[in-house]
Design a protein around this ligand. Structure first.
Ligand code: AMP
Ligand code: MG
Length: 484
């Protein structure tokens, strides 16, 4: 059993565990399994400060035990959450098999955040898994989630990665590690599916109410709160996926258990950023049919949200036919909502301030040209400039249309460039650089990783980081693995 906080100095933890107060069917109390040798390898002082924690106390050597679960912060009530999920289209009972929620920390301003350990040992939901995580995938989640945050995209965050001094076996022995994840909540589409599958309408109601109060408090008292919950979730996901597409992010495993009601990006496994523009781009080694390809993400989000709507049917409306009609109306709105967010993102990427009916065609023609020419997505947008003729002749005609469009808005070129630079990052976590940094880290050299972090923290600034602002030189697309 972990000890409660003894030797480390007071860091400012302030737990109030509303999920733990939900009935027993929602979770199982379980403590992290202490590890041999906790050692803090990455820590996030700005995030600690934002949470109202004392970064010096958190990074104190005696506090490393906290970030593997050997010690618990005061007020923690560790538990594993129950949930289900459609994985590659098939419903399964899941639950936190390699994660333990310590509780909800309240910041001095009153914001509520889940503090979760990923890789803290087995739980009743681990099935045949060991409940552990390898260092590489945990560093990967830290790196990419913090990069997403800096890109301005809603995401869970990473407070720390600590090694365990133990090996985990993933075809070969790898160094074990625990990630401390910070999230608005870990309520997933799959959490609703869990209670729907059990036929537990009372639990569904409790969960809907809990989620509304936590994420949509202004809608909790509306006339049809569950309809509001569904519609707002659809809106947040439409906005989120458009942001992913703006920066070329491929989540890689958009199962319904990896879609959060908070609207945050969650569960960084086989995710990656595209280099050359390709809607069919797939990076996950297990996604053989391209279900979660770059360009599929809006359609898959809509599919997942339809599963949420189904799960909510029993509590959407007392009359089943009305419930079905409300669910269909909500789901049907996803496409239009996504189009609106995506078009807004594209207008930003092209430096457009005004709306013209042909803007979508202008943007889509550009994307088609990028696809044809296999141009680098990030770089081409970042280097697009009204007075610089593209070197590629295929792009020249389009460039003329674009500059003509720019003359029909009042903003001068400097404003256009400023807007474009705010929507087109110079730096993204390029797969080749991330893989190299993780390989080095697994071999105990954290230097490459440490050098990526500052560049990723400032993705819209120039100049970038030499490995991050350029695509790999002639190497084939790398494959990422599920991170388990
Ligand atoms: P993920 O791939 O992280 O979305 O996980 C899918 C499901 O598998 C979740 O229920 C996890 O808790 C579970 N899982 C993944 N890795 C492990 C592991 N090493 N031990 C136990 N359960 C795991
Ligand atoms: Mg998951």
């Amino acid at each position: 059993m972990p000890t409660t906080f003894a030797s480390a100095p007071h860091a400012g933890w302030n737990f109030d565990n509303s999920y733990a107060r939900l009935p027993a069917v929602f979770h199982t109390r379980v403590a992290p399994t202490p590890v041999a040798q906790p050692r803090l390898v990455l820590f996030n002082p700005p995030l600690a400060r934002a949470l109202g924690l004392d970064p010096d106390a958190c990074a104190h050597p005696a506090a490393a035990a906290l970030f593997t679960g050997n010690q618990l912060p005061p007020g923690a009530e560790p538990l594993a959450q129950a949930y289900a999920g459609h994985q590659y289209g098939h419903l399964a009972r899941l639950g936190d098999g390699r994660a333990i929620l310590l509780g909800e920390h309240l910041t001095p301003a009153g914001a509520r955040f889940d503090i979760q350990l990923k890789g803290p040992g087995p739980t009743p939901y681990s099935r045949s898994g060991d409940g552990r995580a390898a260092l590489g995938p945990m560093l990967r989640e830290y790196l990419i989630s913090e990069a997403m945050q800096a890109l301005g995209i809603p995401t869970t965050r990473s407070l720390a990665v600590a090694t365990t001094g133990e090996s985990v076996f993933r075809e070969q022995p790898l160094p074990g590690a625990v990630l401390t994840r910070v999230a608005a909540s870990h309520i997933r589409v799959g959490t609703f599916e869990y209670f729907a599958a059990l036929g537990d309408t009372a639990a569904l109601r409790l969960l809907a109410d809990h989620t509304l109060r936590r994420h949509f408090p202004e809608r909790a008292e509306s006339e049809q709160p569950v309809v509001a919950l569904l519609v707002e979730t659809i809106e947040r996901q439409a906005a989120l996926i458009a942001q992913w597409m703006r920066v070329g992010f491929v989540h890689g495993v958009m199962n319904t258990d990896n879609m959060a009601l908070s609207g945050e990006t969650i569960d960084y496994g086989p995710c990656a950023f595209i280099d050359s523009y390709d809607p069919a781009a797939v990076f996950s080694s297990i996604d053989r049919h391209g279900r979660y390809a770059f360009g599929q993400q809006p359609a898959i989000a809509a599919w997942n949200l339809a599963r949420l709507a189904e799960a909510l049917l029993p509590i959407l409306h007392a009359d089943p036919e009305t419930a079905l009609a409300l669910a269909e109306e909500a789901i049907d709105s996803f496409h239009q909502r996504f189009r609106r967010h995506w078009l807004a993102a594209l207008r930003g990427k092209l430096g457009l301030f005004t709306d013209e009916p042909d803007d979508a065609t202008l943007a889509e023609d550009f994307l088609a040209l990028l696809h044809q020419t296999r141009a680098d997505y990030t770089r081409t947008f970042r280097q697009l400039h009204p007075t610089t003729d593209p070197s590629d002749p295929a792009l020249a005609a389009w460039h003329q249309r674009w500059t003509a469009r720019l003359t029909r808005q009042p903003q001068p070129a400097t404003e256009v460039t400023r807007r474009m630079h705010a929507h087109n990052p110079a730096v993204i976590p390029r797969n080749h650089a991330v893989e190299a940094a993780l390989t080095a880290a697994t071999a105990h050299d954290l230097t490459p990783l440490q050098s990526l972090l500052p560049a990723l923290a400032n993705p819209y600034a120039e100049p970038g980081h030499s490995r991050l602002d350029s695509p790999p030189a002639g190497t084939p697309r790398c494959r990422t693995f599920c991170g388990t």
